[in-house]
Design a protein around this ligand. Structure first.
Ligand code: PEP
Ligand code: MG
Length: 594
């Protein structure tokens, strides 16, 4: 393939998070809060006009909320009360009258007065001891934002309504925004912020659309309608490319497509090394809709079903019936292959409007995942009941996330046993031998993996969080993304320890973080004796192909070299060199991140 032409000035480099090359028009979307808030004093003569301006923004807001309510599809009508509560907030004197009064008394513009009223209400709410009531401030904030947008004439676009084939350019996209994307139209996205293992990035892979994050100033440098080339393999974004760039990338795109179809032909073969070591390769999913892709790509089961999205998609927690129906479908579609369902891992970078979580300074370290569920046992039991009831429709495993100590395992098991007893009383069947495992993703869990191994049926190593917590880097923060280092000797030693303890105790161990789908990590995971990998379905054909190309003996030799190296970059450089030797095509086609 020809070398890339010199690209001058209009190239940006970000973090590649979902592979593939796309060429298309930029569409800028703003998912952030209203930022440009002009604050100015007004004089006596402008007072009544300013109050009128505020009142008409409130009236527009009211009409918008009424229209939204009227347009609500039948299936979600039960959530209309949320819009009703927003309408009530809109009428409330704390917001409405106090803002008008501020404009008049303090002689300040409407935006400024409204912000001040909001902060006053926020202060009052923060003193309320009741968690539910204090959390309602989010609704007040949402109404305030809506009025502010109407004051500024700025409207929030629905991502589901994008009708053209475009590449989304945004400052940030939340996992909830991403789940709204119309993938029939949206070719891919790029953002200013974000890290390699953020859930937004992981979702881009699930949706099979190329994405680059952490570009820092994409929304400043790119204009609406600019032509973009996005290379999701190496993180390059080219703005308004010339003909030579376009030809070069179209050729690269074609080469990748050819390579993808050649490996797809062997994706149903087992992942066995030339010297006979057999690995099980499974898929991670977020939505039921992904199951078809999972089967197509040759997965031997689902190793991680992240169950947050049913909670993120609606403004009320899903019912037991909603959950049961969804799990049963996934399980039945996958039968006879097994499905590992992870209990809710809310918090961190995933928030559901239907579950109260107090605003925290450090949500990644906050009341999340199993900690949240052990406080909200009602919600926990609902999910466990749904999983247990669905367990009779195939082969199911249950897994708890974010385990930091044995007590959490014991407490979670006690709740599980309670739920089992309830089902027995009600004569509802469930799989009595349902294996129960834990995610190993907090360094403390690594250190006590010998103790944990005595109480669970399997371990699944969540390298995304393990790297975040072990190296103290926020996985969604682009400023520390350069420190996301799977090859850091500390991480390799931790994985080695967990695998050793699991083997000693005779339980299974898998890796389900992004490392499992990273070509360079495969020799290491093979050499360490990991038995199972679970990854984004799209990565499976390539990873199976790599396993079939490296002997266990070679992988062990490589690992012996790697343990003598002291830095992540040395390890990576060594593994990159080896992979280029073993499967040169991977490098030629741009699959090895440089
Ligand atoms: C992990 O932390 O590695 C993991 C698989 O879970 P999640 O990415 O959902 O946090
Ligand atoms: Mg995790």
């Amino acid at each position: 393939m020809t070398a890339r032409p010199d690209i001058s000035g209009n190239i940006m480099k970000g973090i590649p998070v979902s592979p593939g090359i796309i060429l298309g028009k930029a569409h800028l979307v703003d998912r952030s809060k209203v930022k440009i808030l002009y604050q100015y004093l007004i004089d006596e003569t402008q007072l009544s006009a300013e109050i009128e301006r505020f009142k008409s923004a409130v009236a527009v807001t009211e009409r918008q909320l009424e229209t939204l309510k009227g347009r609500m599809p039948e299936e979600v009508k039960q959530h209309a009360f949320i819009l009703d509560s927003h309408l009530m907030i809109l009428q409330d004197s704390m917001l409405r009258e106090s803002t008008a009064r501020r404009i008049e008394e303090e002689k300040i513009n409407a935006e400024w007065a409204l912000k001040k009223s909001f902060h006053e209400i926020e202060k009052i709410f923060s003193r309320i001891d009741d968690e539910y009531i204090s959390n309602r401030i989010q609704d007040v904030e949402s109404v305030t934002e809506r009025i502010l947008r109407n004051l500024s004439g700025d409207t929030l676009e629905s991502l589901a309504e994008i009708k053209e084939r475009v590449i989304i350019v945004a400052h940030a996209l939340s996992p909830a925004d991403t789940s709204e994307l119309n993938v029939g139209k949206v070719m891919g996205f790029i953002t200013d912020v974000g890290g390699r293992t953020s859930h937004t990035a992981i979702m881009a892979q699930s949706l099979e659309i190329p994405a680059v994050v952490g570009l820092e100033s994409a929304t400043l440098k790119i204009g609406e309608g600019d032509l973009l080339i996005v290379d999701g393999n190496n993180g390059d974004v080219i703005i308004n490319p010339d003909d030579a760039d376009i030809i070069f990338y179209q050729e690269k795109q074609l080469q990748q497509e050819k390579y993808k179809s050649s490996i797809a032909r062997t994706s149903h073969l087992p992942a066995e090394t030339p010297d006979g070591y057999r690995m099980t390769v499974k898929a991670n999913i977020e939505f039921l809709e992904e199951v078809a892709a999972v089967r197509d790509h040759g997965a031997e089961g689902i190793g991680l079903y992240r169950t947050e999205f049913l909670y993120l998609r609606s403004s009320l927690p899903p019912t037991e019936e909603d959950l049961f129906t969804d799990y049963r479908k996934v399980i039945e579609l996958m039968t006879p292959e097994p499905v590992t369902i992870r209990t809710l891992d809310l918090g961190g970078d995933k928030f559901a409007s239907g579950i109260e979580i107090t605003k925290e300074a450090n949500p990644a370290l906050g009341l999340r995942a199993i900690r949240l569920f052990l406080k909200k046992k009602g919600l926990f039991k609902t999910q466990l009941r749904a999983i247990l009831r669905a367990s009779i429709y195939g082969k199911v495993q249950l897994m708890f996330p974010m385990i930091s100590g044995l007590q959490e395992v014991l407490d979670a098991t006690e709740v599980l046993n309670d739920v089992k007893r309830d089902l027995e009383k009600e004569e509802i069947p469930y799989d009595e031998n349902l294996p129960v495992g834990v995610m190993i993703e907090i360094p403390a869990a690594v250190t006590i993996s010998d103790l944990l191994a005595r109480h669970v049926d399997f371990f699944s190593i969540g390298t995304n969080d393990l790297i975040q917590f072990a190296l103290a880097i926020d996985r969604v923060n682009e400023h520390v993304a350069f420190m996301y280092q799977p090859f850091h000797p500390a991480i390799l030693r931790m994985i080695r320890q967990v695998v050793k303890e699991a083997r000693k105790a005779g339980i299974k161990v898998s890796v389900c973080g992004e490392m499992a789908g990273d070509p360079l990590c495969i020799p290491i995971l093979l050499a360490l004796g990991v038995e199972e990998l679970s990854m984004n379905a799209r990565a499976i054909p390539m990873i199976k192909n790599i396993i079939r190309s490296i002997s266990l003996e070679e992988a062990r030799r490589d690992f012996d070299r790697v343990v003598q190296l002291s830095t992540a970059s040395e390890v990576r450089a060594y593994l990159l060199g080896r992979m280029k030797q073993v499967i040169p095509e991977l490098d030629e086609k741009g699959y090895l991140r440089s």
